[in-house]
Design a protein around this ligand. Structure first.
Ligand SMILES: C[S@@+](CC[C@H](N)C(=O)[O-])C[C@H]1O[C@@H](n2cnc3c(N)ncnc32)[C@H](O)[C@@H]1O
Length: 238
């Protein structure tokens, strides 16, 4: 990610959209009568802002660990005067520190980094240790909505989710085969232009879904992604 000029003053100009002490909001994010959703790794935020605009009765929290990308998302939200979205410069690995059990309704993970090497599998946002965090934050019936261009990451994620006891719905390996469906992300637009089919699924938490009470999942073995593309432009080096 290219370093943005004047990051600090730009952050300051849209600080109404930035949550700087998210731990203080633990258990108090939800406004009465409204839905509460989380997007992990919002990047430049065109999906984030379009979703917030499309669902005015729901609140959306977007987290991103690269502020140089997130500033564009925040500026977009400010330009559109969106009242129902906020942003956190935050790592998904620490979500239990800012959300109480069952505090969210839905979690969006779009085009997360594939981390193709086996030794890096634990960083994939669909690795079992992350799935157990998400299970803690969602009620029964709560959903993860996951999209990716990467066939190997998708297949691996399906396997992890099934092993962790999630129910998979609406699974497709070519989401836009009959024309554009749903809100596109920045990465998705790029992959569609290249003719890459988009994979999507909804994972639903139910009774048997493993959560934090099951402890740490076993170590991942042989988890290399055979046909993953590493180091795509704009992605972190792996
Ligand atoms: C490939 S980009 C996709 C961005 C956007 N979702 C899209 O589809 O256009 C993945 C993003 O996830 C962010 N990310 C990766 N791991 C993360 C983590 N553990 N916590 C928060 N954000 C993360 C990266 O910084 C990056 O901006």
């Amino acid at each position: 990610m290219r370093k943005r000029h004047n990051l600090e003053p730009r952050m300051e100009r849209c600080k109404e959209y930035l949550v700087t002490e998210p731990e203080a909001r633990k258990g108090a994010w939800r406004k009465p009568g409204r839905g509460l959703n989380l997007e992990i790794g919002c990047g430049k935020g065109s999906f984030t802002c379009a979703l917030a605009a499309a669902e005015p009765e729901q609140d959306l929290i977007a987290i991103e660990k690269v502020p140089d990308a997130m500033i564009l998302a925040m500026e977009r939200a400010q330009a559109e005067k969106l009242p129902n979205v906020c942003f956190l410069d935050y790592d998904a690995a620490k979500l239990r520190e800012i959300f109480q059990p069952e505090e969210l309704d839905r979690i969006y993970i779009n085009f997360c980094d594939p981390w193709p090497k086996s030794r890096d599998a634990k960083f994939r946002l669909t690795a079992p240790s992350f799935l157990r965090i998400y299970a803690d934050l969602l009620p029964l019936g709560g959903e993860i909505r996951f999209k990716t261009d990467n066939a190997a990451l998708f297949d691996w994620s399906v396997q992890q989710m099934e092993q962790e006891g999630w129910i998979l719905r609406a699974l497709t390996r070519d989401l836009h085969a009959q024309g554009v469906r749903g809100i596109l992300t920045d990465y998705e637009r790029r992959f569609m232009e290249e003719g890459v089919p988009i994979k999507m699924l909804v994972a639903v938490r139910e009774e048997k879904t493993l959560d934090g009470r099951a402890g740490e999942p076993p170590r991942l073995r042989d988890a290399a992604l055979a046909d993953a593309r590493g180091n795509r432009e704009g992605e972190e080096k792996q």
